[in-house]
Design a protein around this ligand. Structure first.
Ligand code: ZN
Length: 154
C-alpha cells in the first residue's frame, strides 16, 4: 500500500492591484495631494477637475489618466459633510441664541437655508480631500473592464 501523493500548491503572492490592469500614476506628497483635492482638482496632477459634474467624480483624469473613478469614496464624504455642517449650524445656533431671544421662525428662516448651502458647498471639497487621501493610501478598486464585478461608474 502506497501513500497518496502529497498535494502541494505553489506559493502565491497577492498584490493590492494587478499592475497590468491599472495604469500607473505618480502621487505628490500629502500636503500637495490634499490641497489639490480640496481645490477639487485631480490629486495626482492637479491639472484637471476631478469632477464630471457637481457630485460625480470623473472615471479618469483627462490629463494624467489617473483612475479617479476606481477610488471608493462613495459614502465617507457625505457623512463628513453632514458632521461638519451640523457642527457649524449648532455653533451658529448657540451663538445666535446666547441670550435666549432668538425667535423660532427666525432660526428656521436663517439656519435651514444655511444648512442647505453648507451641505452643497462643503460636499465637493470634502469629497476631493477624501479622494486624495484614498489615492495617497493606494485604496483603489482593482478592476477596469467589462468583466469587472465592481465596475467604476463614479
Ligand atoms: Zn490628473
Amino acid at each position: 500500500m502506497t501513500a497518496p501523493p502529497k498535494l502541494t500548491l505553489p506559493a502565491q503572492r497577492w498584490s493590492r492591484r494587478p499592475p497590468s490592469r491599472v495604469p500607473t500614476f505618480t502621487m505628490p506628497g500629502w500636503g500637495r495631494a490634499l490641497a489639490r483635492g480640496a481645490a477639487m482638482r485631480c490629486p495626482a496632477c492637479g491639472q484637471a477637475s476631478a469632477f464630471a459634474n457637481w457630485f460625480v467624480i470623473r472615471a479618469r483624469c483627462p490629463h494624467c489618466d489617473a483612475p479617479l473613478g476606481l477610488v471608493p469614496c462613495d459614502t465617507l464624504p457625505p457623512y463628513l459633510t453632514i458632521v461638519i455642517g451640523l457642527a457649524i449650524i449648532g455653533a451658529g445656533l448657540l451663538i445666535a441664541d446666547r441670550d435666549g431671544g432668538l425667535r423660532y421662525t427666525t432660526s428656521l428662516i436663517v439656519f435651514i437655508p444655511l444648512a442647505i448651502v453648507l451641505q452643497l458647498s462643503l460636499q465637493r471639497p470634502i469629497k476631493g480631500i477624501v479622494l486624495a487621501m484614498m489615492m495617497k493610501l493606494d485604496l483603489i478598486r482593482s478592476g477596469i473592464g467589462p468583466d469587472d464585478p465592481n465596475p467604476a461608474v463614479r
